[in-house]
Structures are given as structure tokens and as C-alpha cells.
Ligand binder design. Structure first.
Ligand code: ACO
Length: 359
């Protein structure tokens, strides 16, 4: 057994394959390059859930059904329940999601796909003392999320950039949050519980909680000239450089390039992008010098931070937007686990003291 189950295969899946040696991600037979930038949130959800939720509405009908689900969540939860505004945004989204009655089936799937799109903008506005903006069910989910965040219609480029992000992070093999969702789904606890397990695992800084700290790092570095000294000092303190390294990828994370492309298409602040590129190059060089036996490359979180910042999300909400994309994957994996029917229950090796009676 290896610590962290590094070499353990815990599921057979038709959903996605992460080829860590080649730096390739395949989702349901499509490479990430084919999907990111060419697929909407709705199309990705339909692709992921195909065959797992037989009566899921198709194409335009899915956009309509998700719009209705957003409206229902806004009316029944955002408007009626007291929001826990002292919590962080991801804790608020987790708390509001927990108010959805648990179960399985299409209605629950639609509500869970819609939940972070409604709860993230509502949480951010409520924490600022602003009234939440009701959803516009006629819009695609990415555009409506940005509209609910700012109160104004996003540009086509902004909505497309958010779609690219959501598609890029929709699924990624048996990552920690997906595994957590599958474990809970295997007990038949219900899809809400499975998604809550996913959110809980995702919010940790070694998983989906890294992009907020990436912004803190860029702000602290300030100018490209400071990058090397700042990064060296961080490593001297024993810190990890956020946005670098990955359990599976031993080459560059392909999602980092997909997001960098989306940033360029968005026409993001060139100065900020220039600083990020300088920090990235310095970090890669230092990590190569300090860890010559371990390939540590840029991961998805580095450019996630810049893209979500450019779209108007605050760093403390980045994990919520990640959850919006990854819920698609959690639900598809939960459904696949339920269809397989087997409870996930591994064993442990006891290494503590024996009782006197046994001795
Ligand atoms: N900065 C500095 N050193 C690092 C980093 C990093 N970002 N990542 C790994 N290392 C070092 C470790 O200190 C360790 O060194 P040692 O062998 O001398 O003790 C070695 O590389 C191996 O580290 P592990 O933790 O065993 O590697 P693992 O594969 O478990 O870690 C992880 C993967 C958790 C992502 C790690 O690279 C990390 O902490 N990165 C920073 C946080 C981050 O960016 N998280 C987002 C990941 S992407 C995602 O989940 C969506």
C-alpha cells in the first residue's frame, strides 16, 4: 500500500482519463483541446451525464431546465433562508447546497448542476451587503452566473471565457473530491450528500483551494523583478508554491494551457499576465534546481486564478466557481458508482498497540 493511495486503482470509469506522462486529458472520448473553448457548460453536462441520467433534457431543453432550476433555488433558498454571511463564500455555498432535499433522479441532478451558479453570486453579494440578483432563466448558465454576480449582462467574450473554464475543470479522473463523492454515492446516501462531500474535499489548498493563494502570491511579488527572490524565500520557509506540482501530471497540466488561451482571448490585463508569466518561469526554474528528481510543472490552478480574477470573482470565491464546473463530474461519477452498485469500503492495516487481552 502507498500513502495517499497513489498507485491504487479504485474504479473503472468511462468518464475521463488523465495521462500524466503525456500530459493529456480525455473526457468521454474527446481530448480537452477539442472541448475547451468549443463547448458550453450545458453541452459538457449533457456529454458527461449521457447514459447516466436517461431523462436528462437534451440540448436547448437542458438550458431551459437549468434556468428553471436556478429560478427555483433562488425562490426557495436564497430568498427564504437566512444566509450564513459570517462564513466564507465556499462555506456559504456548501451550507446553501445542504438545504436541497437529498435524493436521486433528474430533478436533483438539475438542482445540483444549478446550485453553485445561484449560490456563489448570492453569497458574494450578501457578504458585501448587496441584494442578490435573481436569475434570468432564458440565459445559458455561464452568462447568467456572471450577470447574477455583477448585475449587468456580461460580454460574449466573458461568458465564453467562463464556459471554457467550467468545461476545463469538469472532470479529472479520480481526483480527491470525485473519489469523496463516489464513496458517499456508493452508500446510496443521495446525490446532494455526494456533492457536499465533493465540495468539502475540493476546498482544501492541496486540491481546489489553491487559486486564491496564487493571487496572494502575485500581489505579494508585485513586479517581475521581485519574483525570484520572493519565491526562493517562500521555499526557504518550507512553503509550497501554489499552482505548481500535481499528483498525476509529470509534464505540464494541459488545463493550464487551455486557461491561458482563454485569458488571451478575453484580452485580459497584459501587465497582470506578464507578471504571471514571469512568476511562472521563475518558479519552474527554481523548482527544477531544488527538486531535480521530481518534475513540478504549472497546474490548472495557476491560470485559473488569473482567469477568474479577470471575470470579476474575488479570490475567496474561486473554489466555488471550481465547484460549479466540477459538479458535472461529481454527478456523473456518483451515477456511475450507483449503477455499479458496490459499496466502497477499503481496509486498513492496524499498527497501534494490541490489547492486553489479545496478547
Ligand atoms: N512547491 C514546492 N514543493 C513542492 C510542490 C510545490 N508546489 N509540490 C510538490 N512539492 C515537493 C514536496 O515538498 C515534496 O518534496 P520532498 O520529496 O522533498 O518532501 C515533493 O515535491 C513531492 O510532494 P508530494 O506532496 O509528495 O507530491 P503530491 O503528488 O502528493 O502533491 C500536490 C501534489 C498536493 C498538488 C503538490 O504538488 C502541491 O502541494 N502543490 C501546491 C498546491 C497546489 O497547487 N494545489 C492544486 C493542485 S491541482 C488540483 O487539485 C486541481
Amino acid at each position: 500500500m502507498s500513502d495517499g493511495l497513489e498507485d491504487v486503482v479504485a474504479a473503472h470509469t468511462v468518464l475521463s482519463e488523465v495521462d500524466g506522462a503525456a500530459g493529456r486529458l480525455v473526457i468521454r472520448g474527446h481530448s480537452l483541446d477539442e472541448l475547451a473553448g468549443h463547448t458550453s457548460f450545458e453541452e459538457m453536462a449533457a456529454l458527461m451525464l449521457d447514459g447516466f441520467v436517461p431523462d436528462l433534457p437534451r440540448q436547448k431543453q437542458l438550458q431551459v431546465a437549468l434556468g428553471e432550476a436556478r429560478k427555483e433555488l433562488f425562490e426557495t433558498i436564497v430568498k427564504r433562508e437566512a444566509a450564513p454571511v459570517t462564513l466564507s463564500p465556499v462555506e456559504m455555498v456548501r451550507a446553501m447546497t445542504a438545504l436541497i432535499p437529498d435524493g436521486e433522479g433528474t430533478r436533483v441532478v438539475l438542482k445540483l448542476l444549478a446550485a453553485p451558479a445561484v449560490f456563489t453570486p448570492a453569497a458574494l453579494r450578501l457578504r458585501r451587503g448587496l441584494a442578490p440578483v435573481p436569475p434570468d432563466p432564458s440565459l445559458p448558465q455561464a452568462a447568467d452566473t456572471l450577470r447574477m454576480l455583477t448585475g449587468a449582462a456580461p460580454t460574449t467574450q466573458q461568458a465564453a471565457a467562463l464556459d471554457t473554464y467550467l468545461v476545463t475543470v469538469a472532470d479529472h479522473g479520480l481526483n480527491a473530491s470525485t473519489f469523496a463523492a463516489r464513496v458517499v454515492a456508493s452508500t446510496r446516501a443521495g446525490l446532494v450528500s455526494a456533492v457536499l462531500a465533493g465540495i468539502g474535499a475540493l476546498q482544501g489548498p492541496l486540491h481546489g483551494g489553491a487559486p486564491g493563494p496564487v493571487i496572494e502570491m502575485l500581489d505579494a511579488i508585485g513586479t517581475p523583478e521581485n519574483a525570484r527572490a520572493w519565491l526562493e524565500a517562500a521555499l526557504d520557509r518550507g512553503d509550497r508554491l501554489m499552482g505548481f506540482g500535481h499528483r498525476i501530471y509529470r509534464v505540464r497540466d494541459p488545463r493550464a494551457d487551455a486557461l491561458k488561451g482563454a485569458l488571451r482571448r478575453l484580452g485580459a490585463d497584459a501587465g497582470r499576465l506578464g507578471l504571471a508569466e514571469a512568476v511562472e518561469q521563475a518558479a519552474l526554474a527554481i523548482l527544477r534546481e531544488r527538486k531535480p528528481n521530481r518534475t513540478l510543472e504549472t497546474n490548472v490552478e495557476f491560470y485559473t486564478a488569473l482567469l477568474l480574477e479577470a471575470l470579476g470573482f474575488t479570490p475567496d470565491s474561486f473554489t466555488c466557481v471550481f465547484a460549479l464546473g466540477r459538479t458535472t463530474g461529481w454527478l456523473a461519477h456518483a451515477q456511475e458508482q450507483i449503477a455499479g452498485g458496490k459499496l466502497i469500503r477499503p481496509q486498513s492495516v492496524y499498527v497501534g498497540p494490541q490489547s492486553r487481552q489479545a496478547a
